[in-house]
Design a protein around this ligand. Structure first.
Ligand SMILES: [Zn+2]
Length: 402
């Protein structure tokens, strides 16, 4: 199997498959699978009416998806309905799974998500990765991947691909980390270091966080700005349901937007970047606290107790976020801004100053700012789901393994 998995693939059916009869069949397989995934369990007749194909055509497609192990029949629909009972179809809880992985500044995480979107296996390890060379980090990550894959395989799943979220800039080849200032990595080819057993996609963690919000968030609009943080601050721009990647794939580096041009030096080489005011370590420093393991927990706990220094540091971080976001909002006019990642846990103390800064500085009606329910899980879930979406988008490419 050599299907490339890339998070930049347009979500949903209708992506660029060849305009031949074969291409049409593959598109229709995807439409059926997407429909059952979004609305199932459904009968063949219900699928046919949803996608506007004949019942006979849908039956042929459904049979192919069942043979491929991507759909399963749940048995006859409940009796008492008018007409011949149809069999309800659901996406398979066995078969392909998306393996998502995350390299954080102080943790590694891996999970397996099945076609139904359920997490079937997960492994997390707290480890300080800053300044470590890529080899040992990837070695540990590989160990976790093997563990999660083995657990998934024990439940009749097989890995359809591996997607890795990293806190840095990733080249368009979707495997080379060009620069990860908070890890200290440059031009690191993760493809050469990770197990070559399945297709690999590497992408910025903020991009995967935004995709998770788009796919899993409740009522997420199709045009929004997603901001997330741990030590660094990343953002992703989603336009009409797709990531805006920029010329080199580096769009969204909100953390290095200058808030005060003469401010403190930043790991990127610039000065006064947003990260220097609103990154977790910067906030801890401003509050007079030592960076420990559970930085967000420490800040949230102190803020809840009414610690004046912590509250002031968070208020100032919110102001800095508001200043940086003003530029982005004025430029892009998104429907909303979503705070994700670690920021979501600190939202009660960041939001008031962030909102007031935004409303003071933006033209027109104030852009709403909401908080992601996915929190720090976003990038890992987005990575795993990007693989699952790849299967839904072109099931024919994955059928041969089933
Ligand atoms: Zn910077």
């Amino acid at each position: 199997m050599s299907a490339p998995l890339h998070e930049a693939r347009p979500a949903g059916p209708g992506r660029a498959l060849p305009d031949t009869q074969q291409g049409m069949r593959r598109r229709n397989l995807s439409r059926v699978l997407h429909t059952v995934s979004a609305e199932g369990p459904l009968s063949r007749a219900a699928v046919a009416s949803r996608i506007g194909l004949t019942r006979a055509a849908v039956s042929t497609l459904v049979d192919e998806l069942i043979r491929s192990g991507l759909l399963e029949e749940l048995g006859p629909e409940r009796p008492g309905r008018v007409g011949r009972p149809g069999s309800a179809l659901a996406v398979s809880g066995r078969g392909p799974a998306g393996i998502g992985a995350e390299i954080g500044v102080d943790h590694l995480a891996v999970c397996a998500v099945d076609l139904r979107g359920r997490i079937r296996s997960r492994a997390v390890r707290q480890v300080a990765n800053r300044g470590r060379s890529p080899g040992p980090v990837i070695g540990e990550l590989t160990e976790l991947v093997h563990r999660v894959v083995a657990e998934a395989e024990a439940e009749s799943l097989w890995p359809a691909g591996l997607a890795v979220a990293v806190p840095g800039l990733v080249a368009r080849d979707a495997r080379t980390v060009v620069r990860a200032p908070n890890l200290g990595w440059r031009d690191t080819d993760l493809g050469a270091l990770l197990p070559g057993r399945f297709p690999l996609t590497v992408a910025n963690e903020a991009n995967f966080g935004a995709l998770a919000e788009l796919w899993l968030g409740e009522g997420t609009p199709r045009d929004f700005l997603h901001v997330s943080a741990e030590i660094g601050i990343g953002a992703a721009v989603v336009v009409d349901g797709r990531l805006l990647r920029g010329n080199r794939g580096f769009a969204g580096e909100l953390g290095h937007v200058p808030v005060r041009p003469e401010g403190p030096e930043c790991a990127c080489g610039g000065r006064g970047c947003l990260e220097q005011y609103a990154g977790e370590e910067a906030v801890l420093r401003a509050a007079g606290l030592e960076p420990g393991e559970d930085r967000v927990g420490l800040l949230a706990g102190r803020a809840e107790q009414g610690d004046a220094d912590v509250r002031r540091a968070l208020r100032d971080a919110g102001t800095a976020l508001g200043i940086a976001l003003t530029g982005a909002v004025n430029l892009l006019d998104p429907e909303s801004v979503v705070l994700g990642g670690a920021l979501s846990g600190l939202a009660p103390w960041l939001l008031p100053s962030l909102r007031s800064e935004l409303s003071r500085r933006t033209a027109g009606p104030v852009c709403p700012v909401s908080v992601s329910a996915l929190g720090p899980q976003g990038p890992l879930l987005g990575a795993a789901h990007s693989v699952v979406r790849g299967v839904l988008d072109d099931p024919a490419a994955f059928a041969e393994r089933a």
